[in-house]
Ligand binder design. Sequence first.
Ligand code: PRP
Length: 205
Amino acid sequence: MLYPKDRGSNKRESGSASRRKVSPSAIHNDFPVLFSERQIAERTAEIGRQIDADYAGKSVVLVGVLKGAAIFLSDLARAITVDCTFDFVAVSSYGKGQRTSGAVKLIKDLDQPIEGKNIIIVEDILDTGLTLCFLRSLFEQHKPGSLRVAALLDKPSRRLEKIEADYVGFKIPNHFVVGYGMDYAERFRNVADIRLMPPDYPELH
Ligand code: PRP
């Protein structure tokens, strides 16, 4: 749902590029690859081993934040061997520039109680930290046994809230990225690797 001006340093200029009609699926192969499918798989396997070691003999609940985290969660879940269940939440997702801590709204709650359970919030990207801060304080009210965060990507330079993930795939500069769950106007979530969104890419509707 995020647009380049919100997630990265990319600028949208009005001009011919904005008016061009393109087929999104035809063009993403031109986007530069930031992390290949293989690099993502290797890093996810490492995080999985770390989680296995940290939670040996215990159960965990992976809580995915829809929609971006769905693909990372599905791969991370298969990279861990400790007893594990899934849950999902969704938060409101309008222009990042408009978000304040109070403006993040839960639009899909957890299905199961989390009291006493070992929760790992799974995110595709940790950006300003507003979403995670909101979810962390919300979940803490339900008294989980433990609460950690796994984020595939981390953009520390964008942080507005003091929050860090316990498991981080890759730290990246302020680039707009798509693929592996991450979108531009809901497109490209199904791209297998993580790619850089060209700043002059035309608007999609
Ligand atoms: C992205 C991402 C995180 C959030 C992180 O979601 O999946 O949930 O932004 O940003 P923050 O740290 O600045 O709060 P997005 O709003 O793009 O929705 P989506 O997951 O449906 O793509």
